[in-house]
Design a protein around this ligand. Structure first.
Ligand SMILES: *[C@@H]1O[C@H](CO)[C@@H](O)[C@H](O)[C@H]1NC(C)=O
Length: 250
């Protein structure tokens, strides 16, 4: 018997039971944190990105809080149309953590997208974020394609008018096309400080170094000559940063 009158056997059983409960709780916590694996939650009010830090972390290290100023949370110029004089007729002004240091650890970002008449934001995906798009001017034909389901890759696409919003689920290939003869403007909001961008055609045909042509020819049902020709083309990235701080996340 222990000093408290509890038999030792019962005590060790209780310890075993407690250990089991802790293990199950830990596994559940792990499973749910995987299921909710978006940007991690902040552990403080803010953690303004210190672009000069040599510390390698997931995102950017925090600037010393006493050096933080209001301008670390501020971005201007989203009232201005970016030039759409390029072969796609579109231009994206991205406001992510690389451009706005105060976004670090906050799990949000946005962009302004300008479309010339019949301009196209080509099929692409954001590996780290869903997106909600608001049409501020003009009309767009926008849509996304599901992953490989039993019914195939399903297209969900629709004509959007000024004042409409549309959601692109995280990681799925999506696009917007200005189907009108006047310029269009949209604003996108993301659930990540750095949603990431994979432009489908650029990733397949514009990689450096190129993917071997026999790897692309069979799945794309193209001849190797066509693949070679595609790989020789310039693959435009219309989401290039076009303002101040242009730095890479660790
Ligand atoms: C996007 O717009 C900016 C600002 O007008 C311009 O400097 C940049 O060259 C444009 N990018 C493309 C790809 O057209």
């Amino acid at each position: 018997m222990t000093p408290y009158g509890v038999p030792r056997v019962a005590c060790s059983k209780r310890v075993q039971m407690a250990a089991r409960i802790i293990l199950i709780a830990a596994l559940l916590a792990l499973a749910s944190s995987r299921a909710l694996a978006f940007d991690p939650s902040p552990l403080q009010d803010f953690c303004v990105a210190d672009y000069d830090s040599k510390v390698s972390v997931n995102g950017f290290a925090c600037m010393n809080a006493k050096d933080v100023t209001v301008d670390d949370f501020y971005f201007t110029g989203l009232d201005k149309a970016a030039s759409t004089s390029n072969e796609l007729g579109a231009n994206i002004t991205l406001v992510n953590v690389e451009r706005l240091p105060g976004l670090n650890t906050l799990g949000v970002a946005m962009s302004r997208i300008d479309y010339a008449p019949f301009g196209l934001n080509p099929p692409h995906s954001h590996p780290r974020s869903s997106e909600i798009l608001h049409v501020a001017e003009g009309t767009l034909y926008a849509g996304f394609v599901t992953s490989n389901t039993a019914q195939g890759n399903l297209l969900f696409a629709k004509k959007l008018n000024k004042g409409d919003a549309f959601v692109f689920p995280r990681g799925l290939v999506h696009f917007q096309f200005n189907n009108g003869d006047i310029p269009a403007v949209a604003f996108a909001t993301f659930g990540s400080q750095s949603p990431g961008l994979v432009t489908a055609a650029n990733a397949l045909f514009g990689s450096k170094p190129p993917i071997p042509d026999y790897i692309l020819a069979r799945p794309a049902q193209l001849s190797k000559t066509t693949v070679d020709w595609l790989q020789e083309q310039q693959w435009l990235d219309i989401a290039q940063e076009n303002g101040p701080p242009s730095v890479q996340a660790n």
